[in-house]
Design a protein. Structure first.
Length: 317
């Protein structure tokens, strides 16, 4: 693949020398630069294209992604704010924007951006789900629930909203309410992977077990397959069939890996830098003003999937 990318770079650089203002050539060149791991060149090409034609399809999201990969957080925010101001921001960009603001400690700024999206009237159900997910990941579960309930006011039959509220109920220990919401989602979408996985996770196998297996076999979504496989592994674990459980979990991990694609080390390092940069004395002072006056840090350390996030959320509650 790298050899193909280098050949593509050579071809497109020649094409650009003949037609330096071609938006299509600039965009394709940026993509092959990225494939060849020449991220700074990719950022330069996309930045030039954005300056010439900021409406070019996919340019803004690609530019933001590459800026974040090379650690240019301020430039990424500049593009995101421009897209937001021109009301061209997509749901995907909105999630990126709010996540970036959260990384630097500006949760209120992110919330203001989401509220600005919703203030113009009812939004799509996926918008409420995405905003609630952001709030939940920011340890603001009560606010997340209010957002979902607002979404249900406009989209009462939405399986996505029902499942999102069910997950919040699970988090707060309301397991009966969660199961009821999952079943309600299945009344609208009988093959909803999130609802089926939720019910299996709550120990309600019964009629849902075979339905979940059928969804796993027939679904073309790796995300759906992964959710179902994790839940089926949990069912096998309860039955003490550990060999079958590990088989399901290995299958789930494989679907997740394929869905995620090749590991992007530069993007991961950039995110770590943003998190480190956002945790400064100003943020600590803001936290103290909101009621936490301890200066003693608590470090939660553990292996992946070992419960560190749950411990952090319990301590932060």
């Amino acid at each position: 693949m790298r050899g193909d990318a280098l050949a593509g770079v050579q071809f497109l650089e020649e094409a650009r020398s003949l037609n330096p203002n071609s938006a299509g050539v600039m965009f394709d060149l940026a993509r092959v630069y990225e494939m060849a791991h020449r991220l700074h060149d990719s950022a330069d090409s996309l930045n030039q294209l954005y300056a010439i034609d900021s409406d070019y399809p996919g340019c803004a999201s690609a530019l933001i992604r590459v800026f974040l990969a090379v650690g240019k957080r301020r430039d990424a925010l500049r593009v995101l704010r421009r897209e937001y101001n021109f009301k061209r921001i997509t749901l995907s960009l909105m999630e990126t924007y709010s996540g970036l603001l959260r990384d630097v400690g500006d949760i209120e700024g992110a919330k203001s951006a989401w509220k600005a999206i919703l203030m113009h009237g009812p939004a799509r159900d996926v918008t409420y789900v995405a905003y609630a997910k952001f709030l939940s990941e920011s340890n603001l579960e009560s606010e997340a629930r209010k957002v979902i309930e607002t979404g249900l006011h406009y989209h009462g039959e939405s399986p996505s909203l029902q499942c999102s509220l069910a997950q919040l109920c699970e988090f707060s220990g309301e397991f009966s309410a969660a199961a009821k919401l999952y079943r309600r989602a299945l009344q609208v979408d009988s093959g909803n992977a999130l609802a089926l996985a939720g019910l299996l996770g709550l120990g309600e196998a019964g009629e849902y077990l075979q339905r979940a297996r059928n969804v796993y076999q027939n679904s073309h979504s790796r995300s759906a397959k992964a959710r179902i496989a994790y839940a089926l592994g949990k069912v096998s674990e309860r039955r003490a069939d550990y060999e079958d459980a590990f088989s399901w979990w290995m299958a789930a991990n494989e679907h997740r890996r394929r869905e995620a694609g090749e590991f992007n080390r530069a993007a991961m390092e950039s995110r770590a830098d943003r998190l480190l940069g956002g945790c400064d004395f100003d943020l600590l002072a803001k936290i103290r003003r909101e009621g936490v006056d301890s200066r003693i840090p608590i470090l939660v350390v553990g292996m992946p999937r070992s419960g560190t996030t749950l411990v952090e959320q319990v301590l932060a509650a």
